[in-house]
Design a protein around this ligand. Sequence first.
Ligand code: GDD
Ligand code: MG
Length: 359
Amino acid sequence: MDVILLAGGKGTRLHPLTQDIPKPMVPVVNRPWLHHLAEVIEALPVSGIRCAVHYRWEAIRDMYRSWFKGHIPVKLVLEREALGTGGAIRNAAAGIADTFMVLNADVVPGMDLRDLIRFHKENKADCTIALTRVEDPSAYGVVELSSESRIMRFVEKPAPDEAPSNLINAGVYVMEPNVLDYIPGDRPVSVEREIFPELIRRGLRVYGFTSGFYWNDIGTRNGYLTTHWDILDGRMPVRLPDAQYLHDPGENIRICHKAHVEPGVRLIGPVFIGEGCTIRSGATIGPRVVLGPHVRVGRGSIIRDSVIWAGAQIGSNAFMEECIVGFNTVIEDSRKAKAELIRGRCAWESATRPVTASS
Ligand code: GDD
Ligand code: MG
């Protein structure tokens, strides 16, 4: 079976962090999200991954170049002009003659993808959409589901009072090739706004799969941060960089190779400290912090509920809460920041190749 990853969006909700790298490449517990996602997919009987790319696609190409050995083949399908989610599926699916799977490359799919495929086959569906429940569905595609799990209506980003339910599109689909006949080939097309409603209107068998699986979307500050805390707490199993627990696994404090934590630093789990970090005395890190490789934190700084990317330097007596700090960003002494996405001056080179040695 082929799997298509939709990885061409601009990642606007994570700007300015996604000015240098596309959203699927943002680090999640210190590995590009696409590494985690590709490993989840590799667990399936998959013949190949087709990654539909557009915005900042070179970063994805460079990542796969170094990834290939020992992994399933990944073919990049470049859109010179963004084709929209529907256009991207049609374009990337050229030549596919059998059931295939599609994933938004920014979702964190905790469902058993084999169960999803089984469900699709048992229902002889043309298209199956994985569904999850959220409190406020207005930022998502929302469905109305029949008692037989058939999708009767699909509304993309409805007004809060117009959502037919709180069951949303989890951004994971199984499709039969006949679905492609409904996607126009001559213009950008949204699968959510145009194609799903059209398939339903035409009476195709569109089903919704729900099973209480873990789910998140890394494409917003909140989704990105909560994905980290869920991974650290073991709610979403992905492979993490090698790290050792400090003291007791119950405290959930993990420190990678060559990190230097001075005496007098307070660590409050869950915390993940990347390779080669330096944390000066008097700093408080946690709860809920991930430091990328070679991050430096100055004396007396407090960091909580935040993710700091490789090479960033936080001055002394700074305060960071619910922030994401980009690669190699320098945060001046005594800076206070809450709920911010912070990106320093960052060359393309340093964004794709985070520093490898502490300076
Ligand atoms: N190749 C390609 N070309 N990919 C694209 C394009 C395009 O023109 N436009 C968007 N994508 C990719 C994005 O990179 C992302 O991985 C995925 O398609 C979904 O786009 P988002 O921009 O992240 O959409 P969203 O989060 O607002 O909504 C989507 O995801 C929700 C779940 O997180 C929709 O599918 C909703 O229905 C869904 O509920
Ligand atoms: Mg998204």
